[in-house]
Design a protein around this ligand. Structure first.
Ligand code: AMP
Length: 286
């Protein structure tokens, strides 16, 4: 049986020097823009992880050195049940390896596409988990800035884990870089204005809509039209599927152009729709 001390080696030892020899590599889990991810286990403790491999040549080519460094520093410092752990990293001549918490059920995006839309119970549980994780991040002055279904993973029980801190930033001052993914961008980002943590709150409104209706609220055929709809907060609720008025109320209070009037994360957690539907354990089977 694996000893607790050995498991601790992976989980609680960010300073330890790792190398590829420390891991047994298993099946590929997926392929991202900059690298591949493999199931792996630490040879001594048998502790299961996901190993992300990024080629240095890609880092050079796409000039993501700064972004990757920031992602690694921020993600290793975060400890929350709904934030994917980054246990550590190492590199060889050609590659950088990230030792990540393994999320057995993969991307929430896959689940959403498979089911079309989620139940109110399931959607509220995910929104509560996200609000709790973001409250923790914002308290540490970390803004994620790229919350979307592809960056949300599920563990073996279905607990949501925020991953991919590539666009995140640790800052107390307002930021100006336009980043993230079009459908999820807040109006202040689209208009290239200064933005702060409230961009993540906006995204929770977009996600809540997408969970319940199956598509993000401002989706159109062209980027130009999507940007216009976001700028105008052109929000409408289709007649089907049937969605409760409490859920629509929460969405409408998050998708507000004036970022200072957007619902706070604390108010999201206390919203009647969340209280009524969300499973506080973060695990919900239906
Ligand atoms: P990424 O390069 O982060 O976009 O990851 C590529 C794919 O690998 C994702 O779409 C997931 O399906 C899978 N993946 C990434 N990280 C993990 C993880 N920690 N646990 C399980 N699967 C993962």
């Amino acid at each position: 049986m694996k000893s607790q001390t050995q498991t601790k080696q992976v989980k609680e030892n960010p300073k330890r020097k790792w190398s590829l020899q420390d891991f047994e590599i298993g099946k590929p889990l997926g392929k991202g823009k900059f690298g591949r991810v493999y199931l792996a286990r630490e040879a001594k403790s048998k502790f299961i992880v996901a190993l992300k491999v990024i080629f240095k040549e890609q880092i050079e080519r796409y000039k993501i050195h700064h972004q990757l460094k920031r992602e690694m520093e921020i993600q290793t410092s975060l400890r929350h049940p709904n934030v994917l752990r980054l246990y550590g990293w190492f590199h060889d001549a050609e590659r950088v390896f990230l030792i990540l918490e393994y999320a057995h059920r993969g991307e929430l995006y896959k689940e959403l596409r498979l089911r079309g839309q989620l139940s109110e119970k399931q959607a509220a549980t995910y929104i509560l988990s996200l609000a709790q994780a973001l409250a923790y991040c914002h308290e540490k002055d970390v803004i994620h800035r790229d919350i979307k279904p592809e960056n949300l993973l599920l563990d073996h029980e279905g607990r949501l884990k925020i991953a991919d801190f590539g666009w995140s930033v640790q800052s107390r001052i307002k930021r100006h870089t336009m980043c993230g993914t079009l459908d999820y961008l807040a109006p202040e980002m689209v208009e290239n204005k200064a933005h702060d943590y409230a961009v993540d709150n906006w995204t929770l409104g977009v996600l809540c809509y997408e969970f319940l209706y199956g598509n993000p609220p401002f989706e159109t055929e062209t980027q130009k039209d999507t940007l216009k709809r976001i700028r105008n907060v052109d929000l409408s609720f289709p007649a089907s599927p049937l969605v409760s008025s409490e859920a629509k109320d929460l969405i409408s209070r998050l998708l507000v152009k004036d970022s200072s009037k957007r619902l706070s994360l604390k108010k999201i957690m206390e919203h009647p729709w969340i209280i009524k539907n969300a499973d506080p354990t973060g695990v919900c089977s239906s």
